[in-house]
Each structure stands twice: as structure tokens, then as C-alpha cells.
Design a protein around this ligand. Structure first.
Ligand SMILES: Nc1nc2c(ncn2[C@@H]2O[C@H](COP(=O)(O)OP(=O)(O)OP(=O)(O)O)[C@@H](O)[C@H]2O)c(=O)[nH]1
Length: 583
């Protein structure tokens, strides 16, 4: 069912004749994107992926133009390409003053939130001032760091290279806190099993992300601003799809590290030694280089940059690709690399110009199987020809495992329902959408009554079984487009974007209460029975922000408990602004 605002948004999205003419004259628009910013934007061997990629595709469909992706493995490179006019558009990013010097920006597309992460044993904090004198980590290359340095002079900041490293140092008690983007830090908390580290404080600062457009294309900015609201709902679904994909299948962090790249440093060293050999053309260096090339267990190829053919392959490469050496030598690169010919030409050229040294592509083996590989490469001029020396490292398993982990980070393993993080993401997405569209929606907070007694009487496994059974029942109480999540323990939350009135929400709450109170059959024919207390918060009457809505629904649930359980209660209207009269 289309939300009520959609038709109006479509109407507003209609373009005028001049705008349609402009689009007709610009049927292909080149764009770049962040190569490593899941879930929004990331590079895979198949191209640009993530919610931003789907957003660009959706916009392309709506506008009947093709947004043609130009990959750069490095974010700074992408920005430089935009600055130099090699691309016309950059998918959503934070519109800083510096970037505004060479790009125009659309209206905000997403908002990023930031938070403070600490070990559980640390005392309660109310705001950032409570962290003065503590050791606080923040990512070196982030805009957040620059902001904090300006706005929070009392904080003693320690720079960390990556969020993951920051968490390791928090876990090792080398830092007291880490400040970073909530979505990304939470991801690493889960993936690395930092059970002891939690989000302690959400910062009021948000940074919005908007699409960047070359300076002389203000027409396109106006067109995108008209069109963005019309794709808001699809964009939200795209975000969910990308973030989540299939259900988790179970993988531990330990398994991941064992398949991670064995040693990047070893590869780089091998490459360096080889290049010394090739470049200096010293006799014994050459001999050494040749020896290394023949005997190293890493897969290595030499490729002629102008003909794009393999000129040499080491024994490891012969084994890996499965072609006889005689066939591999002289083989056009396009037979191994699955990139379209023109993309491959572009990549080879960038490599020959020493602009690309490491990239991820898909290679095809003799037996037809497709493998994701990370390629380290370096050019050398030998006898007047540019030869690319490449070390090929198969990362197929690693990528698969990472994708699985990313999915696991969003679901509760016991019930397979979305977890708190995914629920909050969906709630924030819904709120972002509501920022532009009218209408109300409901959030239900469900807590079981008498669940502890089931555990006590029948054991923890029986309790688990009951939780799984009730999860299925809760899903059956709502529509496909609604979200049912397990926050933890016996607490569940429901996001009902289509519940537009208090009566809609109450009807679902009654269904939930009825479903929860039906008997559950346990193993061995035993039965157990619980009930549910439900708190209801309505947007915007009971809050316009995710945390406020959730805590208001939570408080309402407690009132339902206090009033006798097995019932629902509405939050009391306390949202700021003129919202209360809209119920
Ligand atoms: N079987 C099982 N039990 C859990 C799980 N997570 C939390 N619990 C237990 O769930 C219980 C939740 O406690 P309460 O919310 O106080 O239980 P209750 O009996 O429903 O109490 P009221 O909410 O006051 O009605 C605790 O005993 C937890 O140990 C789980 O994954 N599986």
C-alpha cells in the first residue's frame, strides 16, 4: 500500500519542459562513490553496491538517464576526480565547506548519528563533559574528529586509525571511550564480539549526507531535489535489502580471522623486491627477482600494459588458473578478468600510470569458476614496454564470510528477528522519510509477563522455545512491511509505518496480546502460558526522534504492567512542538 504522501510527492516530482530537455541532453551522467562505507556504499568486483548504488539506479530510472559508475579504490581519489571534472556526480556524502568549493549539493539524503562507546564497567555518563580527563579515541581521518577538536576543547582525544582499532584499545583498557558513527562502530562491536562494550551516549550532533553535483550543473541539483522525495520509500527498502540480504547462517569471528588475508606486508615486500629487480636491472637483482617469481607460492602474473596480454606467469599462477603455461602466456587479460573490456582498459591504464596499486576484481579460472581476487600491482618499464607485475590473492571466502558477518550483525540469532540495531536503523529511516512526508505511524513496545517463571519451571531451553514461538506469532500479527524486532530478553518492538491512527495501533496491540496469551506447547507435550504488556508511542505526538519514541513506548509498557499486565497503554503526549493535537 502506497503511503498517503506518495502521490503528492510524485506530483511535486514532475519536471518542467526545460528540465526534461536538460535530461535528454545528458543521458549518461558519470558518478563516483565511497569505496568502503557499508551499508551505504561499497565496492565489489561486480561494481558499486549498497543503498547509495540503489539510490543512483532508482534516480536513473525515474529520470530516464544512466548514472554510470566510475570506480576509484580510494575515497580521496574519488573526490579529486570530482574536483577535476572526471565525474559529474558523487553519491551521498557529508557536504563540507571544502567540498562545496567544487561541488553543489542536493538536499540531505541521510543523516549520520554519532555515539560514545565504553566498557560496561565504566561509570555512567550524561554528556561529553563527563569524559574530560578520560582517554577518548576518535578516528584520525574523520570529520567528527575535526568537529570535536573545535567544539570540545576539554576532551583529550587520542587518534586511532580505524574504528576497529579504537575498539580494541577500549577493550584492552588503553582507552576509556571511543566516539564514532553509531552504525559502523556497532557493527564492529558485534563482529568482533566485544560483548563488554556498549553504546553509552548518543551525541546530538548529526551530519547529513547529500549528493554532490559538479558546479556548473545547478539544473541537475534542482531536478534531483524534486525527485529525491519521490524515491524515499524505495530508498528505505533498498537500505534494508543491502544492509541485510539473507538470513544469517552462523559464523564466528575466529573463523573469519583464519581466512583473512595472510599477510599483506609479505605481499608488499615481495612486490618491492621484484620491482627492485626489474627497475634497476642489476644482474643479481634480476636473478633474485626471477628466482622469487618462479618459486614464490603467491600467484603472480606479468601483463603487457599496451596489448593487455599475459607475458609471464609463475608456477603458482599456472596451478591457480588451471591453464597450461603455454596457454596462459599470451592470453588476453580479458579472458581472466571478468570486467567489461572498456573498464579493463581503464583499469590497466590507471595501473600503468601507477594510479592504482591495489584493487578487487573477479577472475575466471580455466574450469569456469569465478573468484574474487585482490590484486597488488606495480608497473615497470622493461625494454621500452610497460609491464605490470601483479600478485593475485584469492579473497572469495573472505568476502563471503564478511558478507555473512554483516548480516549476522543485524539479526537476533535465537529468533532470527531483526535485533535492536536494525530496528533502530529502520526507525531512523522511517523518521527521515517522515521529515519530508506527512502522516503518523506507531511503535509498539512488548514485554512478556511471567516469562521468568517459564524459565524457572521448565528450564532455559523451554524459555528459548517459547521466545521463538512467540516471535513467529508476533510476525503473524503484522504486515510484511512492518518490522518486528527482539531487543533482548523478553522484550520486542514493532514498527508499524502504516498504523496511521491510535485506533490502528490499538488494534495491533490487541492482536499481539491475544497471540502472546495463547498456550505454547513445549517439548514432551508440556505447555506454558505467558501474556504480554504493550506500550504504544505514536509519531509525531510522542516524539520525533528514535530514542524518545522508544523510551516513551517503553514507559507506556511499564504503565500497562503496573495497571495489571496483559493489556496495552498509550504513551502520554510529551513531544516538543505542536504535535499533540494531530492524534
Ligand atoms: N530462555 C531465555 N531466557 C532469557 C533470555 N534472555 C533473557 N531471559 C530471561 O528472561 C527473564 C526476563 O525477566 P523478566 O522480564 O523480569 O521476566 P517476567 O517474568 O516476564 O517479568 P515481568 O516482565 O515483570 O512480567 C529473565 O529471567 C532472563 O534471565 C533468553 O534468550 N532465553
Amino acid at each position: 500500500q502506497a503511503p498517503a504522501g506518495a502521490a503528492a510527492a510524485d506530483e511535486a516530482g514532475r519536471l518542467n519542459a526545460a528540465e526534461r530537455a536538460w535530461l535528454a541532453a545528458h543521458a549518461v551522467i558519470r558518478y563516483g562513490a565511497h569505496p568502503a562505507s557499508a551499508p551505504y556504499s561499497y565496492l565489489t568486483p561486480q561494481g558499486h553496491r549498497g543503498a547509495d548504488a540503489e539510490l543512483m539506479a532508482l534516480l536513473g530510472q525515474r529520470l530516464d538517464v544512466r548514472f554510470e559508475f566510475h570506480p576509484y579504490t580510494d575515497w580521496d581519489e574519488t573526490l579529486r576526480a570530482a574536483e577535476h571534472g572526471d565525474i559529474d556526480v558523487v553519491s551521498p556524502m557529508i557536504p563540507t565547506g571544502e567540498r562545496r568549493a567544487y561541488l553543489l549539493f542536493t538536499q540531505p539524503v541521510y543523516r549520520l548519528k554519532f555515539g560514545v562507546f565504553m566498557r560496561n564497567s565504566k561509570p555512567y555518563i550524561e554528556d561529553l563533559d563527563d569524559l574530560s580527563g578520560e582517554r577518548v579515541g576518535v578516528q584520525r581521518s574523520s570529520l567528527l574528529r575535526q568537529e570535536l577538536e573545535k567544539a570540545q576543547p576539554l576532551l583529550t582525544l587520542t587518534q586511532v586509525e580505524t574504528l576497529e582499532q579504537g575498539l580494541e584499545r577500549v577493550a584492552a583498557n588503553e582507552l576509556d571511550a571511543l566516539i564514532g558513527p553509531i552504525s559502523q562502530v556497532s557493527h564492529f562491536v558485534r563482529v568482533r564480539n566485544f560483548d563488554d562494550i556498549d553504546l553509552r551516549l548518543e551525541l546530538p550532533e548529526q551530519m547529513s549526507r547529500a549528493i554532490g553535483v559538479r558546479k556548473d550543473w545547478s539544473e541537475l541539483v534542482a531536478i534531483l531535489d524534486k525527485t529525491l522525495p519521490t524515491v524515499a520509500a524505495e530508498r528505505r527498502r533498498a537500505l534494508e535489502r543491502n544492509w541485510l540480504g539473507d538470513r544469517p547462517r552462523g559464523f564466528t569471528a575466529a573463523q573469519i580471522s583464519s581466512v583473512a588475508v595472510p599477510s599483506l606486508a609479505v605481499m608488499a615486500a615481495a612486490l618491492a623486491v621484484l620491482m627492485i629487480g626489474v627497475n634497476k636491472r642489476l644482474r643479481d637483482s634480476e636473478a633474485r627477482a626471477s628466482l622469487l617469481f618462479r618459486n614464490h607460492s603467491a600467484v603472480m602474473l606479468q601483463v603487457d600494459a599496451s596489448s593487455r596480454r599475459v607475458v609471464d606467469a609463475n608456477p603458482a599462477a599456472v596451478r591457480y588458473y588451471g591453464y597450461p603455461r603455454s596457454q596462459l602466456i599470451g592470453m588476453p587479460l580479458v579472458q581472466l578478468n571478468t570486467l567489461p573490456e572498456e573498464d579493463l582498459a581503464r583499469l590497466v591504464k590507471a595501473t600503468a600510470d601507477d594510479q592504482a596499486r591495489r584493487f578487487i576484481v573477479t577472475h575466471k579460472l580455466a574450469n569456469g569458476s569465478l573468484r574474487d581476487v585482490e590484486v597488488f600491482t606495480s608497473p615497470a618499464v622493461v625494454g621500452g614496454r610497460t609491464i605490470l607485475l601483479s600478485i593475485i590473492h584469492d579473497i572469495t571466502e573472505q568476502l563471503n564470510a564478511e558478507a555473512q558477518l554483516q548480516r549476522m550483525a543485524s539479526y537476533d540469532p535465537l529468533t532470527e528477528l531483526p535485533n535492536r540495531r536494525l530496528f533502530m536503523n529502520r526507525l531512523r529511516e522511517e523518521l527521515a522519510r517522515r521529515g519530508r512526508e506527512q502522516g503518523q505511524f506507531a511503535l509498539l513496545f512488548v514485554d512478556l509477563d511471567g516469562f521468568k517463571a517459564v524459565n524457572d519451571r521448565h528450564g532455559h531451553d523451554a524459555g528459548d522455545r517459547l521466545l521463538r514461538e512467540l516471535s513467529g506469532r508476533l510476525r503473524n500479527c503484522v504486515r510484511e512491511s512492518d518490522t518486528v524486532a527482539r531487543l533482548g530478553g523478553d522484550e520486542f518492538t514493532l514498527l508499524l509505518p502504516d498504523a496511521e491512527t491510535a485506533a490502528d495501533a490499538a488494534a495491533v496491540a490487541l492482536k499481539v496480546i491475544e497471540a502472546a496469551s495463547r498456550e505454547v506447547v513445549l517439548d514432551g507435550g508440556l505447555t506454558a502460558q505467558v501474556s504480554a504488556s504493550v506500550g504504544i508511542a505514536l509519531y509525531p505526538a510522542h516524539g520525533r526522534e528514535a530514542d524518545l519514541l522508544l523510551s516513551n513506548a517503553d514507559s507506556a509498557m511499564y504503565r500497562a504492567k503496573a495497571e495489571g499486565r496483559n493489556r496495552y497503554a498509550f504513551a502520554t503526549a510529551n513531544a516538543p512542538g505542536p504535535a499533540a493535537d494531530t492524534i
